[in-house]
Design a binder for this molecule. Structure first.
Ligand code: PMP
Length: 366
């Protein structure tokens, strides 16, 4: 018999391609100012919290039954919210957009297939790609953190990826893509093009969404989430809009009843409060623009941001700045190109704590 004592992960017969991997996730530390995971700082209002409680109470007596497998009411509400003439059959929902991305990889990726993305970008794209047995091709972004059209077309034509990821606005840089770039990528890509619009609601005025391209592009998928603009990161609700054939294809891999009745009613209730929640988004966008201007005034380099976070630098020792901020109770994220850091836009009070700490920390190192 094997000894259970001291038996480790490495001793298990896990897949060879998972050996040596570590679980992904930002540190969840108990700090006064958590500005590291691009959450919305505004908790649900009393009214929304009360409506959520009523909604959950209403489904509670039916929890002996499986939920609506097709989440039809929720998908109809999401389609209405997106306001692009979409039908229920063109929208799909899951537990966070991470699960949406995983389902996309399960259908369109897999052994012998490839997915391409433009880096730096959201780290879960390569991770979900690789754990579904798909090979990852990372193509570097330009100095402005945008996607160079010539480089992109060249890479796509050479590698012929089954899936191309375009993150707009991009995490961690905050960069949004012009529709012209998405259109050109659609024209050369041989397979699916996924535009990850997790931060769509935070775009500056005049920056378009890829939703407007759906009508003419059956291989386009636009993914969204309620984690950011809707301040529902804890509820785990992501969704996508695409051609109905894509939604049909996803049914092949979705687990039956993947979206709990509680998740469905919580998301439906939050959607009823869209007006109130998007009001807070407007405040956050203004706070973001103020932060960008302040950082520039104080001599930092800042990437233009269409998201609820800002990437700034450049530091000879960014790890030291990150640690210095943490000593002041401010937790941000050490991601992006060497020398840069990313901070999530919070409340005015949180931003003031961040600014104060940053000046102190960088003064010490000057
Ligand atoms: N896409 C991007 C670009 C993200 O930054 C995130 C969250 N950090 C997600 C998707 C996943 O969000 P969720 O699973 O909470 O919907």
């Amino acid at each position: 018999d094997e000894a259970a004592e001291g038996f480790r992960l490495q001793d298990l017969p896990i897949r060879d391609d998972l050996r040596g991997r570590t679980p992904y996730g930002a540190p969840q530390l108990d700090v006064p100012y958590a500005l590291n995971t691009n959450e919305n700082p505004y908790a649900p209002s009393e009214e929304l919290a009360a409506a959520l409680s009523r909604g959950v109470a209403a489904v509670a007596r039916g929890l002996n039954r499986y939920p609506d497998r097709d989440a039809t009411r929720l998908r109809a509400a999401l389609a209405a919210y997106l306001d692009h003439d979409l039908d229920v059959g063109e929208v799909w929902a899951a537990n966070g957009s991470n699960e949406i991305l995983q389902q996309i990889l399960q259908v369109f990726g897999g052994a012998g297939r490839t997915a391409m993305g433009f880096e730096p970008s959201y780290s879960m794209h390569p991770i979900i790609t690789e754990v579904t047995g798909t090979a990852w091709i990372g193509v570097p972004r330009g100095a402005d953190f945008g996607i160079g059209l010539d480089a992109a077309k060249e890479a796509i034509t050479r590698h012929r990826p089954d899936i191309v990821f375009l993150t707009s606005p991009n995490n961690p840089t905050g960069t949004a893509l012009p529709l012209s770039v998405i259109r050109e990528v659609l024209a050369v890509a041989p397979g699916m093009v996924v535009v990850d619009e997790a931060y769509a609601e935070f775009r500056r005025e005049g920056t378009p969404s890829a939703l407007s391209l759906l009508a003419d592009h059956p291989r386009l998928i636009v993914t969204r989430t309620m984690s950011k603009a809707f301040a529902m990161a804890g509820a785990r609700l992501g969704y996508l809009a695409a051609n109905r054939a894509v939604v049909d294809a996803l049914q092949l891999v979705r687990l039956p009843y993947h979206l709990s009745a509680v998740s469905q009613i919580v998301a439906l209730t939050a959607l009823e409060f869209a007006g109130e929640l998007l009001g807070a988004v407007k405040q956050l966008r203004a706070e973001r623009d103020t932060l960008v201007a302040w950082l520039r005034e104080h001599g930092f380099s800042v990437a233009d941001s269409d998201a609820n976070f800002v990437m700034f630098g450049e530091f000879a020792d960014r790890a030291a700045v990150w640690r210095g901020l943490l000593d002041h109770g401010v937790l941000i994220r050490e991601v992006g190109p060497a020398g840069w850091l990313r901070v999530t836009v919070g409340t005015p009070e949180e931003m003031s704590a961040f600014r104060h700490a940053l000046l102190q920390v960088t003064a010490e190192s000057r």
